[in-house]
Design a binder for this molecule. Structure first.
Ligand SMILES: [Zn+2]
Ligand SMILES: [Zn+2]
Length: 97
């Protein structure tokens, strides 16, 4: 038996930018190689496909099979990087009436 828990993806529960829920089964979750986690909408509309933290590629997060989710549950620690909210694209909504 080897201890593999440190090798798992954390499966973070939300988008670092807009804080939308990204459940472990979500097909909209995107991660970079450092596991910065975003939703597909932020990736495409705000970041032009690359991670805003490290500049690396954002790819679809693999979905952990349900039987393993019970044994290896996803992270419940929410994290939002406020810096992303300063991006011009992100603030350009809702000021016209
Ligand atoms: Zn988002
Ligand atoms: Zn990153």
């Amino acid at each position: 038996m080897t201890e593999r828990e440190n090798e798992m993806l954390k499966l973070k529960p939300n988008c670092e930018c807009c804080d939308v829920d990204l459940i472990a089964e979500s097909i909209d979750a995107r991660i970079c190689s450092f596991e910065c986690t975003f939703c597909s909408e932020c990736k495409e509309q705000n970041f032009d496909g690359n991670c805003p933290n490290c500049g690396g590629e954002l790819e679809k997060r693999p979905i952990r099979p349900a039987e393993y989710l019970q044994k290896y549950p996803p992270s419940t620690t929410r994290f939002v990087n406020q810096n992303h909210a300063d991006q011009p694209n992100f603030n350009s909504r809702g000021s016209s009436s």
